[in-house]
Design a protein around this ligand. Structure first.
Ligand SMILES: Nc1ncnc2c1ncn2[C@@H]1O[C@H](COP(=O)(O)OP(=O)(O)OP(=O)(O)O)[C@@H](O)[C@H]1O
Ligand SMILES: [Mg+2]
Length: 645
């Protein structure tokens, strides 16, 4: 692997340039000597091979060419795992060139020539073997001085095993990534401008709570290791041009160049391995994955959300062992029109996604647009200063006596607050991560890094409550569905008769009021019940408080409660009811049974057709009123309109 390191270290070979036309004299790094029997001559390094005449008397030695110019190993690097790299230096006409290569490259002459030939290493494949021997001899001759000056090298950003925090290549130590795909990502991690300039550029964000959370979320993963937290995701969803990507860029600017032209900016377009490698670069810094809409397969979002909190990637064999079980510790900052949670049915994943659905830059039209645009442009020139400052202060804090304990205590207090305020179990499970983000923003303010303080716990609760409302609403509405099937079971067509129309025989005699649905098998062959939207809508509207089907459909889609058309994920799947293939709300029996609620279990045909429950009739279709305007935060209207507008 080739680095762009320019500093040869030690005492650099002559930089030249004083007399540009002439080759300047080369000198080895301080304390280095040429190995025995090697000579640096005007036009290269030669090996002196002793010779004798026929009588065995020494004669003038033969000089065998090793290189076409000076060549030295100026520095050794070692990772925590003992992997080695070396800086190789040579003289290219007027200047010294230094490149970092792996131990394997240094020790493989041909490999070295191939890797560095194009940038002028004074070797040819023909003398690669000689070069290999020379460099080996060089390492032996200068072992002591080289070993005394070994430089530690990181393989990823963030927390290292010795407690240092690497925020970019060279700060504080060089980084040699494990996968080539990580190189362009790494190179976007560097500071530009001053912390003061960055603070000024993000100042307008103070008015926008969702953006403040995205910003806080960028600092938080640095706290995960000391707080013993695994990775999580923060998802910003909603309508286009409301500042979702800008909010993510504000977060990214804490550590890196947030421009979409640079690779720190990740999108959902990558494949699974690409995303895992991106995550794998981080042990305490965030990863941005922008716009779920561009994902190649919807499954991928589900897979990633499932994998992120595991703190390591998928196990892979064959040609992909180098990308197997890649570790990480990060916070994924995701954006998309559709909530990321709408792609997943894993409950475990849902508990690790903190979902924000408000327009990040608000609904103030011109003002919102101007603020978003202003911040977006400002952070293109000033970035990468706040994160390193935060990490430095965090290390100071952790070095204090009781520092770690204090940090954990503060986190516990916040976690208790958030847990107490959480409206349901899933939200409670998120509270330790929410608390870490909250704590990060408190610390960032106390340490003078972010110009404004943390939001109040109540504000967090309110911002996060939209998700809870959905979670609860979905569960509540499911109760209504269960009650409907229990009371109107005789109006649900038995299995395999749904394809038969109304005119068919006794078995499918249409009940009074008509069929409201049918027992079917879902696409996985699981027993399920398909209900007609109209009848379901009436049942939900008749509930007290009334539930708007449109709104709950979204919650159900996100939770995987209902089956969606695989080709049109926003549309209901189809089923045969009364002889027609129609879009319907399809609930598997397993979903209807619920996890462990005895009363709801066993919604079998028998229960459903229990004559005692058949008496309760649905409200007559004619009695269906206009959907009332609800004051439950859901409003009415089409899916998504209420939350995303
Ligand atoms: N809340 C807002 N209200 C009005 N205009 C906004 C708002 N937020 C951002 N904009 C405008 O939209 C531009 C693009 O913002 P951004 O890319 O962050 O939006 P987005 O929500 O990610 O949209 P998309 O779904 O298209 O990716 C901004 O530069 C600004 O001009
Ligand atoms: Mg966007």
């Amino acid at each position: 692997m080739v680095s762009t390191t320019a500093d040869p270290g030690g005492s650099p070979p002559d930089e030249g340039g004083a007399q540009p036309a002439q080759r300047s004299t080369w000198s080895l790094p301080a304390g280095h000597t040429m190995p025995e029997n090697y000579k640096l001559l005007r036009d290269g390094i030669f090996q002196e091979v002793p010779r004798t005449d026929r009588q065995g008397n020494p004669v003038e030695a033969k000089f065998v060419r090793v290189s076409y110019g000076p060549l030295a190993v100026v520095r050794k690097y070692a990772s925590a795992d003992g992997e080695q790299w070396f800086d190789v230096a040579w003289h290219d006409g007027r200047r010294t060139v230094v490149r970092r290569v792996s131990g394997a490259t240094l020790r493989g002459g041909v490999k070295l020539v191939r890797e560095l030939g194009s940038i002028g290493i004074p070797l040819f494949e023909g003398n690669a073997g000689k070069a290999e021997q020379y460099l080996a001899a060089y390492l032996v001759t200068n072992a002591e001085v080289i070993e005394d000056n070994v430089v530690k090298l990181a393989r990823y950003l963030g927390w290292q095993s010795d407690g240092t925090f690497v925020s970019s290549d060279g700060a504080p130590c060089p980084v040699e990534v494990a996968h080539v795909e990580q190189e362009p990502i790494l190179s976007a991690y560097r500071p530009a401008g001053t912390l003061k300039q960055w603070q000024a550029s993000i100042a307008p964000v103070e008015r926008y709570p969702t953006v403040r959370i995205a910003l806080a979320a960028a600092f938080a993963p640095a706290l995960f290791a000391p707080l013993r937290l695994r990775s999580c995701a923060v998802d910003i969803s909603g309508r286009s041009t409301r500042g979702k990507s800008t909010a993510a860029a504000v977060g990214l600017s804490v550590w890196a160049n947030p421009s979409e032209e640079f690779q720190a900016w990740g999108t959902w377009k990558s494949g699974m391995i690409g995303i895992e490698k991106r995550l794998n670069l981080m042990r305490g810094l965030p990863v941005v994955l922008d716009e779920t809409r561009v994902v190649k397969h919807a499954d991928l979002v589900d897979q990633v959300l499932y994998q992120v909190p595991m703190d390591h990637g998928t196990a892979r064999g064959g040609n992909y062992t180098s990308a197997s079980m890649l570790p990480w510790n990060t916070l994924v900052l995701s954006t998309g029109e559709q909530p990321a949670l709408s792609f997943t049915s894993h409950e475990g994943a849902a508990a690790r996604v903190i979902s924000l659905r408000r327009p990040p830059f608000g609904r103030e039209g011109e003002r919102s647009a101007a603020d978003a645009e202003g911040v977006r442009l400002a952070i293109l020139t000033t970035y990468g200063t706040a994160g390193p400052a935060f990490a430095a202060r965090l290390i100071e804090m952790l070095a204090e006596q009781d520092g770690l304990e204090q940090l954990r205590k503060r986190h516990d207090v916040l976690a208790d607050e958030h847990s107490g305020a959480a409206g349901n179990d899933v939200a409670r499970r998120r509270s330790r991560h929410v608390a870490a983000i909250h704590l990060a923003t408190q610390l960032a303010h106390e340490w003078g890094i972010v110009p404004f303080g943390a939001l109040e716990t109540a504000d967090w609760t309110e911002l996060l409550s939209e998700e809870e409302a959905r979670e609860d609403r979905g569960a509540m509405a499911l109760e209504v569905v269960r009650a409907l099937i229990a009371s109107q079971g005789h109006r649900v067509q038995p299995l395999s008769t749904g394809k038969i129309g109304a005119a068919a025989g006794a078995l499918t005699m249409t009940p009074p009021g008509g069929w409201i649905g049918a027992h079917v098998e879902d696409r996985n062959g699981q027993p399920a019940v398909a209900l007609l939207p109209g009848d379901l809508d009436r049942a939900l509207s008749a509930n007290r408080p009334p539930i708007v089907l449109d709104a709950v459909k979204e919650a159900w889609t996100e939770a995987g409660t209902i089956a969606m058309d695989p080709k049109r994920p926003k549309s209901l799947d189809r089923a045969y009811i009364s002889g027609k293939r129609v879009r319907a709300f399809i609930f598997t029996s397993a979903t209807l049974d619920g996890p462990d609620d005895e009363e709801q279990s066993g919604q079998s045909d028998q229960d459903a057709t229990d004559p005692r429950t058949q008496q309760e009739a649905l409200p007559a279709p004619s009695a269906h009123p206009e959907q009332p305007a609800l004051d439950n935060g859901w409003g009415s209207g089409t899916i998504g309109e209420d939350v995303n507008s």
